[in-house]
Design a protein around this ligand. Sequence first.
Ligand SMILES: [Fe+2]
Length: 385
Amino acid sequence: MFVFDKGFDFDAKLNIRFRPGAVKEIGKELKKMGFKKALVVTDPGVLKAGLHNGLIKSLVDENIEYETFSDVEPNPRDISVEKAAKLAKELQIDVVIGIGGGSSLDTAKGVGFLLTNPGRIKDYNGKDKVKNEPIPIIAIPTTAGTGSEVTANAAITDAEDHVKMSVRSPKIIPSLAVLDPELLATLPQKVAAYSSMDALIHAIESYLSRGANAFSDFFNLKAIELISKYIRPFCAEPSNIEAAGNMLIGSMLAGLGISNTGTGNAHALGRALGGEYDMAHGLACSVVFPHVMKFNAVSQPDKYVDIAKAMGLITDGLTKKQIAEKVVEEIFALMDDLKIEKNLNTLNVKKESFERMAQVAISNVKPNPRKTTLEDLVQLFNDAY
Ligand SMILES: [Fe+2]
């Protein structure tokens, strides 16, 4: 059911290139668009695995000048994004290409808008603060996780107080998303597991969100279906092109969802954990996710039935309450199969930090379907402990 009296907005830029080897065609595409100088933004892992080689060759083949910034950090800090933007300004680039996980894509977004907007990243923390159109941003994900290639959001950490900021504006949606399943083939097991789980959490939290609407529901249900079907075979063997391709499509669809609905408590808590402990985003959200799902079950029983169906669970003869319990069970089982840590105490998280992190998380609970208090958040941390 949608809240028709409030209506909804849905922003997207859908320029997608999806195929094995798509990354090798980018040079030609950029040439057609008239670009002359690019900054390639990536992280040391991508560089080491040589995932950028096809992209670089395609730029060289088309005589597009380029420079590489490869110092992207996991949970990128504002000061390092600003460093990349400074380099981009000196080089006078006309296009920025992010290749990597969400951190690389979000850093590229930061570079894109800082080139045309004055000041620092923190001046743009929040919704619709970016005034001028960024330079074109090309996004090439190497994980099936954040969906950042189609989102209007960049998550960047404030280096001073370790809080994750969120720059949100349709202006920073990448101009082109290049989805190449071959780039996922060498993903380390842990990265594949954490990022894939993040994509599933996006689809489910967006589907349950108070901001959910006809468009986001359409994308999210398909995302839940694709991700549920392919997450295990993909994590078992990321070079399985069919699984990787479907995971990329699933994570992109979920990205379209969250970009327009916001996320729920798993992300509110996960972001606080990520800021305090510099934990991988997918892990931080996963570890609290089944508990959040248990907490939210009373708020949207019908939607839990839809989720169970999209996940391919057999629900014949079960009550809505039992179906919701089955969804939670399946999430725990999936985390077991993917070898994702299920307890905060095994991740060296200290109970003393729960209250402080809850204070941070409380500002992000608005889209969550069940009304959430500070005490609820502390309890959810305790549940995950
Ligand atoms: Fe996420």
